[in-house]
Ligand binder design. Structure first.
Ligand SMILES: Nc1ncnc2c1ncn2[C@@H]1O[C@H](COP(=O)(O)OP(=O)(O)OP(=O)(O)O)[C@@H](O)[C@H]1O
Ligand SMILES: [Mg+2]
Length: 263
């Protein structure tokens, strides 16, 4: 199984959009996916769920059962939503003996039947996100293709090194996803080139600005369900393929990748 945190301390760089559409892309390719919203803004719920009573807060801090806190959103897609009650998380975590191990203790066994656990993190490097990073084995960093995006990316890479050193962890940055890309815009093109030059193999195809991607949450749909022929769907299919290609074992077969391309 793969445990992936989608993280960047900078806000509005398409973390949630990437988490939702990658989870949808993987689940459409027969991967069993748990998508966890770790942001009190609750944007995953807004994006693809109609109702959610219990979620991550109840599971972490109220002793609720795992099954009560997830929603079956599709054949292979379960979602653990969040809400503003999660703002109290840091307060509770700091009372724990090992404040960064709470998430790991709660999820290691409970989520072991999934092929992928994808965590949509809040724009912060607080103790709650550190919990996600200590549980995760991989991080995907969406980074906007502009100067502030580049700056945040470099800071995020340093932060991951610091966390690995501090907690003797081995979180790997598996992909950097250039987001909000507009090829007519010179600063986007220059920023993408800079990202590629600095982190060549880790940088995925850029995810282009797309009005269908922006409007999909209004209809509570992934980009594939909302506008499967859009630029956004093409880009997130491409990203899904790149993530699948990194799978350690080939048990899902090559034909599955072909299916994503043809879909
Ligand atoms: N490819 C895209 N084209 C157009 N709009 C996009 C694209 N990707 C994301 N957006 C829009 O940009 C805004 C920010 O995206 P999103 O919420 O995914 O970012 P985030 O990093 O999760 O933000 P936060 O840090 O607040 O959690 C949203 O309105 C979203 O719909
Ligand atoms: Mg978000």
């Amino acid at each position: 199984m793969r445990k992936i945190a989608i993280i960047n301390q900078k806000g509005g760089v398409a973390k949630t959009t990437t988490a939702v559409n990658l989870a949808a892309g993987l689940s459409r390719n027969n991967r069993k996916v748990l998508l966890i919203d770790l942001d009190p803004q609750g944007n995953i719920g807004t994006s693809i769920l109609n109702n959610s009573d219990m979620g991550i807060y109840d599971y972490l801090f109220e002793n609720a059962e795992f099954g009560q806190c997830i929603i079956h959103a599709g054949k292979n897609l379960d979602i653990m939503p969040s809400n503003e009650r999660l703002t109290k998380a840091e307060f509770y975590l700091l009372k724990e003996k090992n404040p960064v191990d709470v998430f790991k203790t709660k999820f290691n066994k409970a989520a072991s039947n999934y092929d992928y656990v994808i965590i949509d993190c809040a724009p912060s490097l607080g103790i709650l996100n550190q919990n996600a990073l200590i549980y995760a084995e991989e991080a995907i960093i969406p980074a906007s293709t502009d100067p502030l995006g580049l700056d945040a990316l470099e800071k995020m890479l340093v932060a991951v090194d610091t966390i690995n050193d501090s907690y003797l962890h081995n979180l790997k940055i598996s992909k950097i996803v250039p987001t909000m890309f507009d090829k007519r815009n010179k600063i986007c093109k220059d920023s993408l080139t800079e990202m590629q030059n600095a982190h060549y193999l880790k940088v995925t195809n850029p995810v282009r600005i797309c009005s269908k991607t922006k409007e999909a949450p209004k209809y509570k749909k992934s980009i594939f369900a909302h506008a499967n022929n859009s630029r956004g769907a093409q880009d997130y299919k491409q990203l899904t393929i790149q993530i699948i290609q990194d799978e350690p074992q080939k048990s899902f077969g090559e034909e599955v990748v072909a299916q994503v391309i043809a879909e």
